[in-house]
Write a protein that binds this ligand. Structure first.
Ligand code: NAD
Ligand code: UFG
Length: 357
């Protein structure tokens, strides 16, 4: 397939490009680079080129085009109808994987209009052009945040949606509703809503990974920046949660497993399966201290930490039941927590300044 990948220069997008290209798909990336660097696309090409040059992988794709023809990049914004139409004028697009969006929870509280404009306004614009161009196939990056405080764990897809605690979360919840209403109005749409749990890790080459601006909000990038000496110590947000050691429990998933989930979802789109929702997680919850301990053991590095106040909006625990994705997409996460910690560290160690080197 020729896939329009919005936000393809970002963390999850770049890893997904690798898996798409290695599986014979072509990609057209649209990204405004507001939270990423074009360098990630160069690195994606290096990784895929190494892969294709390995004789063991020759059979994996019968795509004879050159890699440069197979990755096209448009620097632009999903809110800009002109560039979206230009992409459709210049390319035959079969499906869209829609990653583009702003994702910083705290910033969304301070700048709600920006988040609603970018994430919801941008997606409405994208849907309009996809509809006009009769390309009614889309995979959307949703989030476990739509469950709010879950009624119970492990969370299944039919668990009622809850109230997100911030505007970012609401954009995901509202966009899910918008996609459902689009499907109700027109069953020609094939829509897959992927609810990601907590993506961490990096490609094992160490060439691409998460590259947050400023001080990281999320746990693993914070830990790797402590490990590399950029930050002094980790603050653990609360040790009085209702969990095995009192610190918050999440379902961490290796970003490469998550990326592979998108390739599987694309197969489902090809089957013209209508609207479907899947959790993408491992099904196992780890606490903050479990992650610290695993990181230390995997990489032989001490991570100093101190217990701090709870962070507003955080919940005790969130982990999923991933069996629907296994049954219907044939997808399971195979990379364990040690691998997640090793790969996160390899990326950070090789690229202390991320893509800014
Ligand atoms: P990211 O910031 O690394 O990637 C998002 C990309 O979208 C960036 O390259 C950014 O430049 C681009 N972008 C943002 N607004 C744009 C716009 N208006 N037009 C064009 N490009 C735009 O984030 P990520 O972690 O790769 O997340 C990808 C998607 O997955 C996002 O929608 C995010 O909300 C969602 N998600 C992420 C997580 C997570 O923990 N990383 C969890 C759940 C869901
Ligand atoms: N944590 C710390 N210290 C830190 C950062 C995080 O103790 O410096 C703790 C948090 O309190 C939480 C756990 O580590 O218990 C994970 O926190 P993250 O910020 O890494 O992840 P969240 O689960 O809070 O949020 C992530 C994404 C959101 C998404 C949400 C639900 O960042 O975009 O999952 O899917 F909405």
């Amino acid at each position: 397939m020729n896939v329009l990948v919005t936000g393809g220069a970002g963390f999850i997008g770049s890893h997904t490009l690798v898996e798409l290209l290695e599986n014979g798909h072509d990609v057209v990336v649209l990204d405004n680079l507001s939270n990423s660097s074009e360098k990630s696309l160069e690195k994606v090409k290096e990784i895929v080129s190494d892969y294709l040059n390995n004789p063991e992988n020759k059979e994996s794709t019968d795509n004879n085009k050159s890699l440069d023809e197979r990755i096209k990049f448009y620097k632009g914004d999903i809110r800009d109808e002109v560039i979206l139409n230009k992409i459709f004028d210049e390319n035959k697009i079969d499906a869209c994987i829609h990653f583009a969006g702003l994702k910083a929870v705290g910033e969304s509280v301070a700048k709600p209009w920006l988040y609603y404009n970018n994430n919801i306004g941008g997606t409405l614009n994208l849907i309009k052009v996809l509809d006009e161009r009769n390309c009614k196939n889309i995979i959307f990056s949703s989030s476990a945040t739509v469950y709010g405080v879950p009624e119970s764990v492990p969370i299944k897809e039919d668990c009622p949606k809850g109230s997100p605690t911030n505007p970012y979360g609401w954009t995901k919840s509202m966009l899910e509703q918008i996609f459902m209403d689009m499907y109700t109005s027109d069953n020609e749409w094939n829509i897959i809503l992927l609810r990601y749990f907590n993506p961490i890790g990096a490609h094992e080459s160490g060439k691409i990974g998460e590259d947050p601006n400023g001080i990281p909000n999320n746990l693993m990038p914070y830990i790797t920046q402590v490990a590399v000496g950029k930050l002094e110590k980790l603050g653990v947000f609360g040790n009085d949660y209702n969990t095995h050691d009192g610190t918050g429990v999440r379902d961490y998933i290796h970003v490469v497993d998550l990326a592979i989930g998108h390739v599987k979802a694309l197969k489902k789109i090809e089957e013209k399966a209508g609207l479907n929702i899947y959790n993408l997680g491992t099904g196992t919850g780890y606490s903050v201290l479990d992650i610290v301990n695993n990181f230390e053991a995997a990489n032989d590095i001490k991570i100093p930490y101190e217990i701090k106040e709870r962070r507003p909006g955080d919940i005790d625990e969130s982990y999923c039941d991933p069996s629907k994705a296994k049954e219907e997409l044939g997808w399971v996460a195979t990379r364990d927590i040690r691998k997640m910690c090793e790969d996160s560290w390899r990326w950070q160690k090789n690229n202390p300044k991320g893509f800014k080197d």
